[in-house]
Design a protein around this ligand. Structure first.
Ligand code: ZN
Ligand code: ZN
Length: 261
């Protein structure tokens, strides 16, 4: 990127943001799915236009994060404080995470169906919810980057769900999706590890690519679930070392932080 191009870059960014808000208005005004398909969660036939590919019952059971969220991790938050206990105790290098859903109940089922049931079409539904959440909260990112898998992990599953979500979100927000992170080392499954162990487990697992394209840019990092923030933080720190301007995180669902430490 040439230095004298900066003004143009800012102008383009402003018009892109204005465009995003215009799209927000239009997007909320129309239904996404025609009434000739079945609910992505329970398989019931949809009898009316719906914004998301879900029947009324499954939609009513969907645990959306809602208005009041922790300013860092995006989990629902009723406390007076701006940040939840998890985020008060953790240093994060990304600006914030935002998620349309809480990782529980019907939302957890959707994500498990996508990842382990190999129902790739669910990425379209989750991508629609993620895009709406991003627009309603006024995001201003320029490039989407997804959390990568190693080649071995990807061939075991057949796809990378973070990449599928990134492509859906990119198409809806009209933002470029760049594979600017590579996973170069296997990590242990995160599930049984503590927050501290998760952070250690991921050290040295990621490296950056397309350095000249991401430098100075606002990155939207996409993943399926935000649990302790260890993955988002490690990916963000690799991107920041490669001189991106900032990293915001967008995930389909956020795990509720533990109530007590
Ligand atoms: Zn349903
Ligand atoms: Zn938090």
């Amino acid at each position: 990127m040439k230095r004298h191009g900066k003004r143009d870059g800012e102008g383009a960014l402003r018009s892109r943001i204005a465009g995003a808000f215009g799209r927000l208005g239009r997007a909320f005004g129309r239904a996404v799915y025609p009434p000739d398909v079945t609910c992505d969660l329970c398989g019931a036939e949809l009898v009316a236009d719906t914004r998301y590919n879900l029947c009324a019952r499954c939609l009513s059971e969907m645990p959306f994060t809602g208005e009041r969220v922790c300013l860092c991790c995006g989990a629902p938050h009723t406390d007076e404080a701006d940040y939840c206990l998890r985020c008060q105790r953790t240093d994060s290098v990304f600006r914030h995470n935002r998620s349309p859903l809480v990782y529980e109940g019907a939302a957890k089922q959707l994500i498990l169906d996508l990842k382990f049931g190999k129902k790739k079409y669910i990425a379209k539904l989750l991508g629609a919810m993620m895009s709406d959440d991003y627009l309603s909260r006024g995001g201003d990112s320029e490039i989407i980057v997804f959390v990568p898998m190693t080649a071995k992990e990807k061939s075991a599953r057949g796809f990378n769900q973070a990449e599928l979500l990134a492509r859906e979100v990119g198409a809806r927000l009209e933002l470029p999706v760049l594979p600017a992170l590579e996973k170069i080392k296997e990590s242990l499954p995160q599930k049984e590890l503590s927050a501290k162990e998760r952070a250690e487990n991921l050290k040295g697992c990621f490296s950056a690519a397309y350095g000249e394209y991401i430098k100075g840019r606002k990155i939207l990092l996409v993943d399926d679930v935000f649990t302790t923030g260890a993955t988002a933080n490690e990916c963000a720190s690799v991107l920041l070392k490669n001189k991106v301007k900032e990293v915001c995180v967008l995930t389909a669902a956020v795990a509720k932080p533990a109530e007590k430490s």
